[in-house]
Write a protein that binds this ligand. Structure first.
Ligand SMILES: NC(=O)c1ccc[n+]([C@@H]2O[C@H](COP(=O)([O-])OP(=O)(O)OC[C@H]3O[C@@H](n4cnc5c(N)ncnc54)[C@H](OP(=O)(O)O)[C@@H]3O)[C@@H](O)[C@H]2O)c1
Length: 282
C-alpha cells in the first residue's frame, strides 16, 4: 500500500526510507501517536530504550491491527548498559517492553568514547550476537564518528547496516555521511527538520511558497533526494500526515543546492557532539 521507497541495507534487508520517530513523545501518548502514524501509512517506527516509550510503540502497533511483520521497528541500546552482560539484559528488556520476539534494527545509541575505557568494540560484538541469534534482523550504530567506524572496521567482523546521525540543512554532517556512502553504511538523518528550527528559514520558506508545499515537506524531500533515511517526529496528526506526503513532487537541483548551502558546520548542531557526549540516564 505504501509509496515509500525501500532502501537495501548491506546485509540484504530493506528499510522504508521514511518512518516515524518517537523521541520526546510522552510514554502515555505513544501508543496513540504510533497508531495514528500507522493509519496514515507509515510502516517504520524509530524508538529507543532511552525514550522510555518502547511499550507504547508495541501497543500502538497491536492497536492498529497491523501484522508485526509489516512494520519496521528500530530500538537502541541505552548509554548505561554498554558492558556485554548489561547489554544482553537490556536487549531482553527492549523485546519484552515492545512485546515482540525480534526487532528489525538494533543500534548502539551513542559511542561514549570517554566512558567504558573507550570500549565500544565489545558492545558492538554483543550486538553481533543478537544478529546471529535472529532477534535483531539488522544491527547498526548511532552517533558514530568516522574514527569510531574505522575502529569497528579494524577490530570486528560486521559492518554496521546504518549509522543514525544528526543531519539537517543547518548541519550537513557530510564527512560522516561520505564515510558511510563509501563503506556501504546507510545514513539515517535524525532531527531531520532540526526540531522545527529550520522551518522558518527564508530559503526554505521561499522554496515552499514556489512549490506549493510546506517548509517541512521541502526539507524532508531534500533528505529523500540525498538518499538518507528519515523519521520526523510529531504528535500533531495533521503534521504526521503532511510529513508523509513528500513523494508527489521533486526539488529542482538548484533548490536542493540552495538548501545544502544552509550548512553551518559544527555551529549548526542542535544536539551534543558524539566525541564528548557522556550522559548516563539515572
Ligand atoms: N539517535 C539519536 O541520538 C537521536 C537523536 C534525536 C532524534 N532521534 C530520532 O529522530 C527522530 C526525529 O528527530 P526529532 O524528534 O529530534 O526532531 P524533528 O523530527 O526534526 O522535529 C520534531 C519537532 O518538529 C515539529 N514538527 C514535526 N513536523 C512538523 C511539521 N510538518 N510542521 C511544523 N513542525 C513540525 C514537532 O512538533 P509536534 O510534535 O508538536 O507536532 C517537533 O517539535 C526522533 O523522534 C528519534 O526517533 C535520534
Amino acid at each position: 500500500m505504501s509509496h515509500v521507497p525501500n532502501i537495501e541495507l548491506n546485509d540484504g534487508a530493506t528499510i522504508p526510507q521514511l518512518g516515524f520517530g518517537v523521541f520526546q513523545i510522552d510514554p502515555g501518548e505513544t501508543a496513540e501517536a504510533v497508531k495514528t502514524a500507522l493509519e496514515i501509512g507509515y510502516r517504520h517506527i524509530d524508538t529507543a530504550e532511552m525514550y522510555e516509550n518502547e511499550a507504547g510503540v508495541g501497543q500502538g502497533i497491536r492497536d492498529a491491527g497491523i501484522d508485526r511483520a509489516d512494520v519496521y521497528v528500530t530500538s537502541k541500546l541505552n548509554n548505561g548498559v554498554h558492558r556485554p552482560d548489561d547489554a544482553r539484559r537490556a536487549f531482553d528488556g527492549t523485546l519484552k517492553a515492545l512485546g515482540f520476539d525480534y526487532v528489525d534494527l538494533f543500534l548502539i545509541h551513542w559511542p561514549l568514547p570517554t566512558l567504558y575505557d573507550g570500549d565500544f568494540v565489545s558492545t558492538w560484538q554483543t550486538l553481533e550476537e543478537f544478529k546471529k541469534d535472529g532477534r535483531a534482523r539488522s544491527i547498526g550504530v548511532s552517533n558514530f564518528q568516522v574514527s569510531h567506524l574505522e575502529r569497528l572496521a579494524k577490530e570486528t567482523e560486521t559492518v554496521p547496516a546504518v549509522n543514525q546521525i544528526e543531519v539537517h540543512p543547518y548541519f550537513a554532517n557530510d564527512e560522516v555521511r561520505a564515510y558511510g556512502q563509501k563503506h556501504g553504511i546507510a545514513t539515517e538523518a535524525w532531527s531531520p527538520i532540526a526540531q522545527g528550527t529550520v522551518l522558518g528559514d527564508p530559503v526554505v520558506d521561499g522554496i515552499a511558497k514556489a512549490t506549493g508545499k510546506s517548509p517541512a515537506q521541502v526539507v524532508l524531500r531534500w533528505h529523500i533526494q540525498r538518499g538518507d533515511i528519515v523519521f520526523p517526529k510529531s504528535v500533531t496528526p495533521k503534521r504526521v500526515k503532511e510529513n508523509f506526503e513528500i513523494f508527489d513532487f521533486e526539488l529542482s537541483p538548484d533548490d536542493a543546492d540552495a538548501i545544502s548551502e544552509l550548512d553551518r558546520g559544527e555551529k549548526g548542531r542542535q544536539g551534543p557532539n558524539p566525541d564528548k557526549f557522556d550522559y548516563i540516564p539515572s
